[in-house]
Design a protein around this ligand. Sequence first.
Ligand SMILES: Nc1ncnc2c1ncn2[C@@H]1O[C@H](COP(=O)(O)OP(=O)(O)O)[C@@H](O)[C@H]1O
Ligand SMILES: [Mg+2]
Length: 285
Amino acid sequence: MVSNPERQGKILIDKLLERDYDQGGKFIFISGSQGSGKTSAMLTFLDTVRKRYPEEKIFFSNTFNAPFQFTRLDEWHLMVQEDSGIKIIDRQTHKKADVPITYFDDYEDCYAKAKPGVCNAVFFEVRPMFAPFIHYLRSVNEWCSVFVDELSELAPINPSGKQWHYNKAFSDDIKECRKSQIFIVANSQARNDIDYRILSKVMCEIYLPGATRSRDSKLKKGCIEGLEENPYLGNHAWIEYNSKFGKIHFATIYKPNKKNVFEAVPEVDNPYPDLQRKKRTKPTE
Ligand SMILES: Nc1ncnc2c1ncn2[C@@H]1O[C@H](COP(=O)(O)OP(=O)(O)O)[C@@H](O)[C@H]1O
Ligand SMILES: [Mg+2]
């Protein structure tokens, strides 16, 4: 028997996945503790979108130096920016992975070369370039979907300098997705890792186990603590959308493959550029 919150959850998911020009795009935020299945939940969404809308182009932004989970999907397409220096390696052998890669030049070329109805996993030279790519997508005027793993890498809290302005531009783009046809799903472990200007544009929240509720959530305290995590049946979550909430279920856990685990490695991989040990020069006598 389906309980009331589960029935409501199904209604909300169907509403969320509608492609309606008057409603426009959506911005969905998935949160939960580490290992609660955020990336896995995103891939479930992605798989549903690609089956329901096979003509739509779908983009996935993975973090660097992390095992690919999207390779568990039936259909994926790896895309890397030309001359970016990014290497796709096999995590076991540390050698170049034997996988087909499509190289692209700029945002336009990336969109043109992306395949409809599959997970296009896109790697730009640096990860924050995904935000201006979303800006570009606004001009395309076609329904498309964007999935961002670890949103805090694109919209960090307490940005300084240029990043402050990038976050501002990104929050404007997210706001405008309502007027374009972009369906954005992003995730993060903690809400307080993300710039509030972006978080405040979230239209739908998905709470996995360990999530913290948004300030204006109508969900009762204690609801999240009661969520089930089951190795056979998958993870439960709450969905909150348009001031209504319901329970949903992510039955499939998309773990990284045991064999052929790939990752993307950026050319410059040094977060501490100023802390290099300087070469000593021998004093001349
Ligand atoms: N219900 C579950 N049962 C067993 N393992 C799970 C379950 N949920 C998540 N996991 C494991 O946790 C790991 C992380 O899942 P993932 O979707 O990457 O979570 P997150 O993105 O939240 O860190 C996966 O390797 C998966 O094996
Ligand atoms: Mg993850």
